[in-house]
Design a protein around this ligand. Structure first.
Ligand code: G6Q
Length: 556
């Protein structure tokens, strides 16, 4: 990475993708095949289920139930090439400053590069630094897990509380839940993110401060929510343990901001660093994953990194035809921009992935919720769809109704594993039978003729018919292991990047988040000071603040 942005990362004026002939070719193609039902597509190509599949890093992707033909895929690849996808992939892996609005690289791939690989940032190989931090994390985790690291009063650490928000929370909490099966069951893990005091109060109410370790995660170490909760934790700890020196045994920090960490009172010995080229939502495999490593141990953590790396290698090297992240990304473009689907449902049939949809919401929507291109032009096509979801089978008894019979098209990503982590009678087979059945029902539906043939009263036929033609992907892996989780997260990270490249937006900045941070600072000064003479907002905000002040402090 050099001081000047290299040519391929510069904001060159590119045409809007929608003005490219490849985009228009896709529109015309949609005119020809858009009306085709998945039933017809499968009738035309009976072996679709074995042809429209790809496999890498232990993940199998079946995209045969997408409303595409070979021609669609070929046109999507042509669009990708016209938008410079292969060059942009290389630019990312080479550490170019592809995050143009912040003038930074997006080098998450360096976090999982094995020893010996060279990745240069400002002419310096960063891989040894990455491994030095990993080794320090491992040594620290071993000490906590073995009991060698004790609290201030000599008691063993039994509780770990991660304090962070956004990218410094969602990755750690998702990974902890996903890999709970591999975690130390004699340690309690909790995650505090919200500035709402309830989050902290509930997290510590039954804990002994003498046995509690706080991991304060903040890239900037200036985020209001995290610093507020960190101070609450410090007060709670010192109230119980009495002495200032206790902080050294009960607080560690993960940050890029050494000065602020010191100011808070955490010694640099207890700080684990990372770098500006790691975006918050791309940081769960950096030191931000310290709580994950404390839970599952260094060996499993390294296995997770190996899963990430396997997907990185695949993404960088595989041709677009069988490149999983490219396929997932291009299919998302097709569904969103040509079929007009405004959302994507992510449906893991795996209870341990219960926080995966929430994690993906940040990854996808913070990355691709943008309305201007890299060179600041307003887009005239929709970008980042809304991601949402719940683990199967719970969702089936709730919102699947709308997916099956509502008026909106909602493409689904089903995620399942062949080997259960908790075999219980036939329950895993039941779970997976549901996954397969849902994908099938969404694709093929149930015609009025089929419903009538079941002796259904005529008046009920329309209600009990299913149009089908709802597209879905199915992602299967052998078992939910740390390696599989790493591969899965990297698959989505890169798919988000592919979509951003096509839309020609900056998937690595987050000015909307920065706005929230600035607004909160201004608003808090006003609502906590009853003397502020004039409120300078609109009439609604002014009235709400006045009402809040009155009810917050009755009698004043
Ligand atoms: C992620 C975003 C954002 C960030 C949080 C926390 O990509 O930048 O979600 O992670 O705002 O920021 P800090 O880690 O700096 O506290």
């Amino acid at each position: 990475m050099s001081a000047e942005p290299p040519p391929s990362a510069r904001c060159e004026k590119a045409p809007l993708p929608s003005a490219r002939p490849q985009w228009q070719a896709l529109q015309q193609h949609f005119g020809r095949i858009g009306g085709k039902h998945l039933r017809e597509l499968f009738a035309d190509e009976p072996a679709r289920g074995e042809q429209y599949v790809a496999e890498a890093a232990g993940l199998y992707l079946d995209y045969s139930k997408q409303r595409v033909t070979d021609e669609t895929l070929s046109l999507l690849r042509q669009l990708a090439v016209a938008c410079g996808l292969p060059a942009r992939i290389e630019a990312m892996f080479r550490g170019e400053r592809i995050n143009v609005t912040e003038h930074r690289a997006a080098l998450q791939a360096a976090l999982r590069a094995p020893t010996g690989e060279r990745i240069l940032v400002d002419g310096k190989d960063v891989v040894p630094e990455v491994h030095a931090v990993l080794d320090r994390m491992a040594a620290f985790c071993d000490r906590v897990r073995s009991g060698a690291w004790t609290g201030h009063s000599g008691k063993r650490i039994r509780n770990v509380i991660n304090i962070g928000i956004g990218g410094s929370d969602l990755g750690p909490v998702m990974a902890f839940e996903a890999l709970r099966h591999y975690s130390r069951r004699d340690l309690v893990f909790r995650f505090v993110s919200n500035v709402d005091g309830t989050d902290f109060a509930e997290a510590v109410r039954d804990l002994d401060a003498a046995e509690t370790l706080f991991v304060i995660c903040s890239k900037t170490f200036t985020t209001q929510e995290t610093l507020t909760n960190a101070h609450a934790a410090r007060d709670w700890c010192l109230r119980a343990l009495g002495e200032e020196q206790a902080v050294a045994k009960h607080f560690v920090a993960v940050s890029t901001n050494t000065a602020e960490v010191k100011k808070f009172g955490i010694a640099t010995d207890n700080m684990f660093g990372f770098w500006d080229w790691v975006g918050g939502r791309y940081s769960m495999d950096s030191a931000i994953g310290l709580s994950t490593m404390l839970a599952i141990g260094p060996e499993h953590f390294r296995a997770m990194l190996a899963g990430f790396h396997a997907m990185d290698e695949h993404f960088r090297g595989a041709p677009l035809e069988r490149n999983l992240p490219a396929l997932l990304g291009l299919l998302a473009i097709w569904n969103s921009n040509f079929l007009g689907a405004p959302t994507v449902a992510v449906l893991p049939y795996e209870q341990y992935l219960k926080r995966f949809p929430a994690y993906l919401q940040q990854l996808t929507m913070e990355s691709n919720g943008k309305h201007v291109t890299l060179d600041g032009a307003r887009v005239d096509y929709s970008t980042g769809p809304i991601y949402w979801g719940e683990p199967g089978t719970n969702g089936q008894h709730s919102f699947y109704q709308l997916i099956h019979q509502g008026t909106q098209l909602i493409p689904c990503d089903f995620i399942g594993f062949c080997q259960p982590l908790n075999p219980l009678g036939e329950q895993h087979d039941l779970l997976m039978a549901n996954l397969f059945a849902q994908g099938e029902a969404l694709a093929f539906g149930k015609t009025a003729g089929e419903v009538r043939a079941e002796d259904t009263p005529a008046a009920l036929v329309p209600h009990r018919s299913f149009e089908g033609n709802r597209p879905s992907n199915t992602i299967l892996a052998e078992q939910l292991t740390p390696h599989a989780l790493g591969a899965l997260v990297a698959l989505y990270e890169h798919s988000v990047f592919v979509q951003g490249v096509i839309w020609n937006i900056d998937s690595f900045d987050q000015w909307g988040v920065e706005l929230g941070k600035a607004l909160a600072k201004r608003a808090v000064a006003e609502i906590t000071s009853p003397d502020t003479p004039e409120l300078g907002h609109d009439s609604s905000t002014n009235a709400l603040i006045r009402r809040y002040r009155r009810l917050r402090q009755p009698g004043t």
